[in-house]
Unconditional design. Structure first.
Length: 277
């Protein structure tokens, strides 16, 4: 199996609708051992989801805004497994006033919160797990391609763009240890997190019209989860610092296809010859 014997740390599982849940589910099916993380009152939801994955799946405490949690995570993983082979970073958050067309009015405090949770935590998690990746390994960060500005994403878009840069720098610094670091840029998916983004439904509906392979915000979770498992495996052993798209091909096409083309006026050729002079 693709992940036989691999020991994977999966963050970001809240409910079975979480994209990270799908990754964990496929990873277990492919032979991996999995530990999840959660924190605060929401940890009970993660623990409930863990039981649906596999009885006995452990959930460790990790609040990425608490610096003390990272060394505690390292020690807990050391005691449990002794090594880690792969890590999924699936953590993102922006306050309400940092989204939905409020870009010019967002206060620094909200942008700072979004950056710390959504971007800086990738570096912190990598630093916490790298000492246990003694046989090399893979770190995958869930992403939404932000090489362009989106109409509703605002400061979360800035944070994701910064995360993509963080992935490249981590790939540079951790590569000599045999650790690969990649971003997985998914199309819009119906998750608990997506519900908090203003205008998400409109974006998801438009996406399917432009993506050459089509796209469903409800049915494409599986495609993203399988790709994440491939990245966490040894099959992409020379791929690092990349942004891997799982978006139906949306990123490769500049605009939706033109379904109808109006006929030219009578007497005008369809492809007129350019005139000189």
């Amino acid at each position: 199996m693709l992940l036989q014997g691999k020991k994977l740390l999966i963050t970001g599982v809240l409910t079975p609708q979480s994209l990270a849940f799908g990754v964990a589910e496929h990873a277990i099916a492919q032979g991996a051992e999995v530990i999840l993380t959660g924190f605060g009152r929401a940890k009970s939801l993660t623990e409930r989801s863990a039981k649906r994955l596999k009885p006995g799946t452990e959930v460790l405490e990790l609040d990425v805004t608490n610096p003390a949690h990272f060394p505690a995570l390292t020690e807990a993983l050391r005691q449990k497994w002794g090594r880690v082979d792969g890590v999924l970073h699936a953590i993102a958050y922006a306050p309400e006033d940092a989204l939905g067309g409020n870009f010019l009015n967002t206060p620094w405090e909200s942008a700072q919160t979004a950056f710390r949770i959504s971007t800086f935590s990738v570096k912190e998690l990598a630093v916490a797990c790298a000492p246990l990746m003694t046989q090399g390994g893979s770190i995958v960060a869930l992403d939404f391609d932000n090489r362009q500005a989106w109409p509703i994403y605002d400061w979360m878009g800035v944070c994701k763009a910064a995360m993509e840069a963080t992935v490249r720098y981590l790939a540079r610094d951790l590569g000599p240890r045999g650790i690969r670091v990649n971003a997985l840029a998914a199309g819009p998916l119906a998750t608990v997190a997506a519900k908090g983004i203003p205008g998400f439904k409109a974006l998801a509906q438009y996406w399917g019209k432009q993506a050459p392979l089509g796209w469903s915000d409800k049915d494409s979770h599986d495609h993203v989860a399988k790709t994440a498992c491939a990245l966490l495996s040894d099959w992409l052993s020379s791929t690092t610092g990349e942004m891997i798209h799982v978006d139906g091909g949306y990123h490769a096409v500049g605009a939706p296809p033109v379904e109808t083309v109006e006929a030219p006026p009578e007497g005008v050729p369809a492809n007129p010859t350019p005139q000189e002079g």
